[in-house]
Design a binder for this molecule. Structure first.
Ligand code: C2O
Ligand code: CU
Ligand code: CU
Length: 506
């Protein structure tokens, strides 16, 4: 009963906040600001009451991000196992979404979701050019989908919101890795349930490998000197559960607990001089700026969808939700006494390293360059043919003034034909917020930000791009396959609230 009342109060508060959000969004622009009356109306929770002080405070706090607790380095980092090939079956790999129990806190069982296990999933590694059959099974008590984020596949196996697998159902799909070596990932994509399923633990890495890794002498031994790092923040309730309905924030659920590969308070023992880390921001909403605790540079070698034209030395690197980057860290010059950690913009220790007998004479970071520029002059000068306007906050989010409708096609583009998309993040009266914009079925190039050439770190293929309030980002977009794909904000609560559209590739 008490719980019922609390939920009621929560709903009332949410409704009140929505009204205030609506005022903020419309007042600032002097027009309907991408909102329409149906968006105002479709919130059944709107209570007929004024704003209370608490609600007002929460609203004014909008945009304030809770700090993460620093890792105390208690637990050895879990490295997701490589998904093993099946033998004697009519499929190569099997991925099952299931319920599980994880002991994040000593002696406490937390209910979680995972693929083939209790939490997160194994890493699926495919060679460039390889095609594999994957049996996907839903052992959850609710529908799910299997989305291969960043993989340029036919829309019918993309696992978007129209591709639900019901509880108990299985399907065998063929994934083709017809694109360069990259760090991709997989996660569910059921409309209005994506945020919750990811929050509870459904995510895994998908690596496309090819010979370029050995040609360029990039560390490539999975689990030894080639390590996936999935960064996520989580909020637990008093019972240390991930009770999404009660913990969620419509503007993007943020937590104060940092997890790397599902490990809380992690540390990583390093025995190799040069390590490659595949960073994934797998959070629902949080942005991370990664730095090294000693202020040294690290080397970025890849963006979301490919290696960079040449490695770039960086002091810091920001990833919005769903973005990836690959970096190399040189441990060879560290003495046993020196400590090194990956920290965030606030100096919070995300992953401390315990460096053990690395061979200080072995290896150094090799560099490479390509002759051709990543973007040709011709590509830079192509006219914009598609305009995307991101707007809103909380559940009042929209793309081009509309919310997602599975029965509506918002854009059309011809297969194999390159177009320039301009993504505009329209600010509101409170400034607005960063929206990470993602397109399915393609790896694009970022042409410019507000007309300026992008940094070297973005001169690689990408599938997600963080757009600052007021910013205009131009993308060069080509779809290799036909079908209907979604594009959306990758703050998962925004996506679930309809900040998503559909493109038909014909
Ligand atoms: Cu990470 Cu629509 O996806
Ligand atoms: Cu995706
Ligand atoms: Cu958003």
């Amino acid at each position: 009963m008490k719980e019922g009342i609390e939920i009621m109060q929560k709903k009332l508060l949410k409704g009140t906040l929505s009204i205030l959000a609506a005022i903020i969004l419309s007042a600032c622009t002097g027009d309907s600001g991408g909102m329409n009356s149906s968006m105002m109306m479709d919130n059944e929770d709107n209570p007929d009451q004024g704003m209370d002080q608490d609600g007002m405070n929460e609203m004014m706090d909008h945009g304030e991000v809770p700090s993460l607790a620093s890792s105390e380095g208690v637990n050895e980092l879990v490295i997701p196992p490589l998904l093993e090939k099946q033998k004697g079956k009519n499929y190569d790999y099997e991925v099952t979404a299931q319920e599980g129990i994880t002991e994040f806190f000593e002696g406490i069982s937390t209910e979680t979701y995972g693929y083939n296990g209790d939490l997160l999933g194994p890493t699926l590694k495919i060679e460039e050019g390889e095609s594999v059959n994957v049996k996907i099974t839903n052992d959850l008590n609710e529908p799910t989908t299997f989305h291969w984020h960043g993989l340029e596949v036919a829309s019918k196996i993309d696992g978007g919101p129209s591709d639900e697998i019901q509880p108990g159902e299985s399907r065998i799909i063929t994934l083709e890795a017809d694109q360069p070596a990259a760090t991709l990932w997989y996660h569910p994509h059921v409309h209005e349930m994506t945020a919750e399923q990811v929050f509870r633990g459904l995510s895994g890495m998908l690596i496309i490998d090819n010979s370029i890794n050995s040609d360029l002498e990039i560390p490539n031994e999975y689990g030894v000197n080639d390590i996936p790092l999935i960064f996520q923040d989580r909020l637990f309730d008093e019972d240390k559960q991930l009770d999404y309905d009660n913990l969620m924030n419509v503007d993007g659920t943020l937590g104060d607990v940092s997890m790397v590969n599902g490990t809380i308070n992690p540390k990583m023992t390093v025995t190799e001089p040069i390590m490659r880390f595949r960073l994934l921001n797998g959070s629902n909403a949080r942005n991370y700026t990664f730095r090294l605790s000693n202020g040294d540079n690290f080397t970025q070698i890849a963006s979301d969808g490919s290696l960079l034209d040449e490695p770039v030395d960086r002091k810091e690197l920001t990833l919005a939700a769903s973005e990836r980057a690959e970096i190399l860290i040189d441990f060879s010059k560290l003495t046993e006494e020196e400590s090194l950690s990956i920290i965030n913009e606030e100096g919070v220790v995300l992953l401390p390293f315990d460096v053990k007998d690395t061979d200080s004479t072995a290896g150094s970071i090799k560099t490479w360059t390509t002759d051709e520029p990543f973007l040709t002059d011709e590509e830079k000068e192509m006219p914009v043919t598609k305009n995307i306007e991101l707007f809103g906050m909380m559940d009042m989010v929209s793309i081009n003034g509309k919310k997602f409708d599975a029965d509506r096609i918002d854009l059309r583009q011809e297969q194999g034909v390159t177009e320039v998309w301009e993504i505009y993040n329209k600010p509101d009266m409170m400034g607005g917020m960063v929206h990470p914009f993602h397109i399915h079925g393609t790896q694009f190039k970022v042409i410019s930000r507000d007309g300026e050439e992008v940094e070297e770190s973005e001169q690689g293929f990408k599938d997600s791009v963080a757009v600052e309030p007021g910013e205009r980002v131009k993308l060069l977009v080509t779809f290799p396959e036909k079908g209907v794909y979604v594009f959306h904000c990758h703050i998962l609560e925004h996506e679930d609230n309809g900040m998503m559209g559909q493109i038909e590739v014909y």
